[in-house]
Design a protein around this ligand. Sequence first.
Ligand code: MN
Length: 205
Amino acid sequence: MSTLVRNNVAGYQMPALLYPTSALEPVIGHTTIELHYGKHMQAYVDNLNRLAHGSEYEGMSLREIVQQAPEGPLLDNAGQVLNHALYFEQFTPLTEANNHPGGTLMSAIRFDFGNFETMKQKIQDACSALFGSGWVWLSQDERGKLEIIRCHNGDNPLRLNRKPLLGIDVWEHAYYLDYQNRRAEHVKRLWDIIDWEMVESRLDL
Ligand code: MN
C-alpha cells in the first residue's frame, strides 16, 4: 500500500485512479468519484504535505506516520490519505453477479465467520451502527484472525496493529449524492464492485 502514495521530493502524491470516474456506475456515480477522489482525497493529500513539511515526520512513509504520529491533524490527514488510497484501489467496474473472494481469503472468511454471507451482513450491520463519520474495515490481526472493526473519522486498523484488508467509507461524502440518507443501501450495493483479488493481496502486506 505504501507504494501507492510515494513520498518523494515532491511530497506525498495522489495515487492514480485505476478506472474512469464513470466506471463504477450505477453503484457509485461519476460525480461522487470526481468529488470524493478529486476534491476530498486531494485535500487530505495537500493537508498532509503542509503538516508534514518541516516536522519530524517529513520523509516517513505514510504507513509509519499512521502508526507513529500522535492524535491530531497530521494523523487525521495521513490516516485519510491511506484510507482513501486503499478504498479507491479496491473497486473494479461492475462485471458479474455473485462477486466473491477467491481461495485463500474465502477459506479465512469461512473459518472466522462461518460463511461469506454472514461476513457481508456483519459489515453492513457495523456500517449502519457507526454513529457519525468513519470507516468499517475487514482486518486481520497478528495471528491471522479476520475481524470487522469500526473506526471513527480517519482512524485505520494499523493503529490497532491489524492489517486493513477492505475499507468501507461511511462518511456522507462517500454516498450522499447517489443514495442521500440511505447508507445501508449504498453499502449493500458495494459488494458488486469489490476487487477481491486486490483485497486478498493485502493479506501479504
Ligand atoms: Mn471519503
